[in-house]
Design a protein around this ligand. Structure first.
Ligand code: GLN
Length: 477
C-alpha cells in the first residue's frame, strides 16, 4: 500500500481483500504523517488514540460481516476550527491554545459514523482569517508542491496534508474562499457546498452568514463521497437545510454533453496570464466533452471584495466578542479590574489580523456608520446573488479561475493586507451568494505551480458541479 496516494475506493478494496486492516492503515498513516509533518507544519496535533479506536471499530464490524460505512478506515485530517471532543481545538490562536471542546461538530460525528479515522487537527490561519496560512499563531504552513511558497489559506493545513499524502481527505472551512484557494494552490480538489448543506454546529464561527464546512480530496469522486457523508439537515444548526442529499458519487456518469457552461468576462480582469491560458484551455476541453461555452457577465464582481470585508468583519467582531477571558480561553495573568482582564486577555491572545478585523467590524457596525457600511454591503450582497440567479437562467454551470495568481512565496504579501484581500476576488462572489463551488486542478504554470479551475452552480445543485468536475478531471487523466 502506498499511503500517500491512496483513494477512498482503493481503501475499500484493500480492506475487503484483507490486504491490510483498518488499524494497520491508521498506524501507518499516523507514522507517515508524523515523519513528514516537519516539512510543512500542516498538522498542529495528532489524535492517535481516537484514530486507532475508530479503526478498531471498523475492523470489528468487518470481521462480523457488517457494513462499515462509506468512509470505513479512511484517514482524515480536520481543520482546527472544527471542534473535536477531547482533542484540543485551537483555531490556530494563542487564545485557545488550551481549549479542549466537550463535544463534537456534527460533521465529525457523521464522518465517524461512516467509519472515518481522524488522524489529527490541521493548521490554518487564526480563526480562519487569511489567504496564506501565515496568520497561524503556531507558524505558517509550507506548500508541499513548493516548500518556499504558501499553501493558500485559511485552510492551508487541510490542503497541504492531502497534497502531501499525509491524509487521504480532510475537512476545511470556507467563508470567502478558504477551501477553493488552498485547493488550487496545492493541486487538489476542494469543495464549498451550498450554504446550509453541511451543519455548522461545532464550526467555530468567523462570519456566520458565510461560513461553510467542506472537503478536500485528491479527486472529485472522493470529495463527493465525503460531502455526502456529512451533508443534510441538523437540528443543532437552524441554518442547515432540509433539502434531500443526493448520492453524488453514484451520479458521476462522465456525460456532460449539452451542458451549458458560462465563462464570466469579469473573472479574467487582473488574472495572471499563465493562469488565464490554463482556464481557457479548460473551457476548450469542456467544449470537446460536448459542453456549450457561453460568454456571460457578472457585473457586480468588482464590488465583491469591499462588500465581503464589511460583512465578514462585522460578523467576526460580534462572534469573537465571546473570547473574553471568562469562557473558553486562557486568561491574561495581568488582570486587575474586570476591564483589564478583558483587554489584556484579548490584547495578548489575538494576533494582528484578528485585531484588525475586530476593529474594522466594530467600526462598520457602530452608530452612524451602520447604514452607510453594513446595510449598504447587505444590499450589494443581494445584487451579487442576483447576478448569479440571472446567469443560471442561461447556463447550468459557471467556470473560471479560483485565484488571480498561483501560490506565492512565504512573506511576499504579509506587509500589505489589502493585496492579500484582493487575492479573494474570484472566490468571494460565490460565498456571498451561498452557491456551491469547487476547485479542480487544471494544470501547472511553467514554474510547476498548480492552478485550479473553479466550477459554480445553482443553490443545492452540487450534483451538476460534481458531474462537470468529474468529467473534466477524467478527460485530463
Ligand atoms: N481569505 C478570506 C479572508 O481572509 C477568506 C477566509 C475564509 O474563507 N475563511 O477572510
Amino acid at each position: 500500500m502506498k499511503i500517500s496516494s491512496l483513494t477512498i475506493s482503493q481503501i475499500q478494496a484493500g480492506l475487503a481483500a484483507k490486504e491490510y486492516s483498518a488499524v494497520e492503515l491508521a498506524q501507518q498513516a499516523l507514522d507517515f504523517a508524523a515523519a513528514e509533518n516537519p516539512k510543512t507544519n500542516a498538522y498542529l496535533r495528532f489524535s492517535p488514540e481516537r484514530a486507532l479506536a475508530a479503526a478498531r471499530a471498523v475492523d470489528e464490524k468487518l470481521a462480523r460481516g457488517e457494513a462499515a460505512g462509506s468512509l470505513a478506515g479512511v484517514p482524515i485530517a480536520v481543520k482546527d476550527v472544527i471542534v473535536t471532543q477531547g482533542i484540543h481545538t485551537t483555531c490556530a490562536s494563542k487564545l485557545l491554545e488550551e481549549y479542549i471542546p466537550p463535544y463534537d461538530a456534527t460533521a465529525i460525528t457523521r464522518l465517524e459514523r461512516e467509519g472515518a479515522v481522524i488522524l489529527g487537527k490541521a493548521n490554518c490561519d487564526e480563526f480562519a482569517m487569511g489567504s496564506s496560512n501565515e496568520n497561524s499563531a503556531f507558524g505558517p504552513v509550507r506548500n508541499p508542491v513548493a516548500l518556499d511558497r504558501v499553501p493558500g489559506g485559511s485552510s492551508g493545513g487541510s490542503a497541504a496534508v492531502v497534497a502531501q499524502g499525509t491524509a487521504v481527505v480532510s475537512l476545511g472551512s470556507d467563508t470567502g474562499g478558504s477551501i477553493r484557494q488552498p485547493a488550487s494552490f496545492c493541486g487538489i480538489v476542494g469543495v464549498t457546498p451550498t450554504y446550509g448543506r453541511v451543519s455548522r454546529y461545532g464550526l467555530v464561527a468567523f462570519a456566520s452568514s458565510l461560513d461553510h464546512i467542506g472537503p478536500f480530496a485528491r479527486n472529485v469522486e472522493d470529495s463527493a463521497t465525503v460531502l455526502k457523508a456529512m451533508a443534510g439537515h441538523d437540528d443543532c444548526d437552524a441554518t442547515s437545510a432540509a433539502a434531500p442529499v443526493p448520492d453524488y458519487h453514484a451520479l458521476l456518469d462522465g456525460n456532460v454533453k449539452g451542458m451549458r457552461v458560462g465563462l464570466p468576462k469579469e473573472y479574467f480582469a487582473g488574472l495572471d496570464s499563465e493562469s488565464g491560458t490554463l482556464i481557457l484551455q479548460a473551457a476548450e476541453q469542456l467544449k470537446k466533452l460536448g459542453c456549450e461555452i457561453v460568454d456571460i457577465s457578472l457585473p457586480t464582481t468588482e464590488q465583491a471584495i469591499a462588500c465581503y470585508y464589511v460583512i465578514c468583519t462585522a460578523e467576526a467582531s460580534s462572534n469573537l466578542a465571546r473570547y473574553d477571558g471568562v469562557r473558553y480561553t486562557k486568561r491574561s495573568p495581568n488582570s486587575g479590574t474586570l476591564s483589564d482582564m478583558y483587554c489584556n486577555t484579548r490584547g495578548e491572545g489575538f494576533g494582528r489580523e484578528c485585531k484588525r478585523r475586530i476593529m474594522l467590524g466594530t467600526y462598520v457596525l457602530s452608530h452612524g456608520y451602520y447604514e452607510s457600511y453594513y446595510l449598504q454591503a447587505q444590499k450589494v450582497r443581494a445584487l451579487i446573488a442576483r447576478d448569479f440567479t440571472r446567469a443560471f437562467t442561461e447556463v447550468d454551470a459557471i467556470v473560471g479561475p479560483v485565484s488571480p495568481f498561483p501560490a506565492f512565496k512565504l512573506g511576499e504579501k504579509t506587509a500589505d493586507p489589502l493585496q492579500m484581500y484582493l487575492s479573494d476576488i474570484y472566490t468571494i462572489t460565490g460565498s456571498l451568494a451561498g452557491i456551491p463551488c469547487l476547485s479542480v486542478p487544471c494544470g501547472n504554470t511553467s514554474e510547476g505551480l498548480p492552478v485550479g479551475l473553479q466550477i459554480l452552480t445553482k443553490h443545492f445543485d452540487e450534483t451538476t458541479m460534481f458531474r462537470l468536475a468529474h468529467a473534466y478531471e477524467r478527460s485530463r487523466a
